[in-house]
Design a protein around this ligand. Structure first.
Ligand code: 5CA
Ligand code: ZN
Length: 409
């Protein structure tokens, strides 16, 4: 499906750096040496409600990764999905009396607008679960032939015990996995399963639910994890550089995805790094569509908030930290944006070389956006007190803030 228009990314003088990130599977740092093309898969939305600050913060984090790679002279092959058929979407559609496809289309359209406003680089392939069904069915059939999948009353489950590396992504014990499985879309209590955390691959058609031809699987719809695996294997192949998403996806979603892919291909690893953004809370709890404690990007935009200020508010927190959104975040970002804009509008002052290198170094070091913002703050402070030598600095700084932080001054 169509993604959204790409913002221009200015090319900067000097040399960008290699990206080092924190990898969940090793709980350590990896420097990604992706060669000329960096391959990135970031899990997309389930489009049953508008983009909130938590989603936006997560997508901005992976946008920074791409900007570091681009600055280092690499090409980025970026893939994102849309979970446009799944239980929460169907439940919301039924509860609100909206046709489920109309709900998915409306919320996906709004997401595109939000991503465009926030100047996120679009994926090269933006693929819906429904679109991917013809690729998903043969993978499930293959897992079944291999003995890695089994039936429970017509539904098909993946056997996690068939995956040699199962557990390597989240490194959780069985009890923790079981608890999280129940909280995050699994059904550990269902009788007839080999392992309580075994995830659904194919859900047989139920009355009143949409279903598709599943060949030997019978009519039904795909499970969640196999959706992302089918898309990632088709578009990126095994061993891609980074699997990204919020920390709530480490288990079960990314764990199961890695397990499916490794059994299917006999290769390891699925991804060279599993990178997870912290959870954004609001009013004391994780911001979530199911809880309804939400601050929407689109609502702030409609109220006249500059999207650049929203982006700066998100960048002020390190992507791996859990934090709580407050109105003060936005007020602080608006002040910072005004300060930076005034600084680049003044006659040239201090040279730009140091600040560009500081932004580069901060982002290459596990996407440390707060450190990058602090570097620009220092430059802007100095600029306000400086004279009027024509050093060309303001142009270089505004291009660096645009290229590396995605903020247009
Ligand atoms: N469609 C699946 C992924 S395949 C899904 O998780 N969709 S989602 O709409 O629920 O979330 C989209 C992305 O936003 C995921 O990476 C998720 O981890 C992230 N996310 C959701 N809530 C928050 C939050 N409160 N803070 C930070 N990130 C969040
Ligand atoms: Zn996913």
């Amino acid at each position: 499906m169509y993604a959204w228009p790409a913002p221009k990314v200015p090319v900067l003088p000097g040399q960008g750096r290699d990206l080092t990130v924190h990898d969940t599977s090793t709980d350590g740092r990896v420097t990604l040496g992706p060669g000329p093309v960096a391959r990135l898969y970031v899990c997309g939305i389930t489009p049953y409600d508008a983009t909130h600050m938590g989603h936006a913060a997560t997508y901005v984090a992976f946008d920074l990764a791409q900007r570091v790679w681009l600055d280092a002279g690499r090409e980025v092959h970026y893939v994102q999905n849309v979970t446009d058929v799944d239980d929460p979407l169907l439940e919301r559609a039924a509860a609100t009396g909206v046709e489920w496809t109309a709900l998915a289309e409306r919320e996906t359209a709004l997401f595109r607008e939000d991503m465009t406003a926030l100047r996120l680089l679009p994926p090269r392939h933006y693929i819906g679960a429904v679109e991917a069904i013809p690729d998903i069915v043969p993978l499930i059939e293959r897992l079944r032939t291999m003995g890695a999948a089994y039936d429970v009353d017509g539904d098909v489950y993946f056997s996690v015990d068939s995956a040699r590396h199962f557990g390597e992504v989240s490194r959780l014990d069985a009890a923790a996995m079981r608890t999280l499985s129940a909280e995050r879309g699994g059904d550990p209590e269902r009788p007839g399963k080999k392992n309580p955390v075994d995830p659904l691959l194919w859900r047989a058609a139920r009355p009143g639910e949409p279903s598709w031809d599943g060949a030997s699987l019978g009519p039904g719809r795909p499970g969640w994890h196999i959706e992302c695996v089918a898309i990632a294997l088709d578009k990126l192949g095994m061993g891609f550089d980074m699997q990204g998403g919020g920390s709530d996806l480490a288990f079960p979603h990314h764990e199961m995805g890695a397990a499916h892919a490794q059994v299917l291909t006999g290769e390891h690893p699925y991804a060279a790094s599993y990178v997870h953004a912290g959870m954004v809370a609001y009013e004391g709890e994780k911001m979530s569509k199911s809880k309804g404690n939400l601050v929407f990007v689109s609502r702030l935009r409609a109220a006249g908030t500059d999207p650049a200020a929203i982006r700066l508010a998100l960048l002020a927190h390190h992507y791996r930290s859990d934090w709580e959104w407050t109105d003060a975040d936005l007020a602080g970002a608006e002040r910072r944006l005004a300060h930076w804009r005034a600084a680049v509008s003044r006659p040239d002052g201090p040279p730009a070389g140091a600040v560009v290198e500081e932004i580069r170094a901060a982002l290459a070091d596990d996407l440390d956006a707060p450190a990058a913002l602090a570097a620009v703050d220092r430059w802007a402070d100095a600029q306000h007190g400086a004279g009027g030598d024509d050093t060309g600095a303001t142009g270089v700084v505004s291009r660096a803030v645009d290229a590396l932080l995605g903020v247009a001054l």
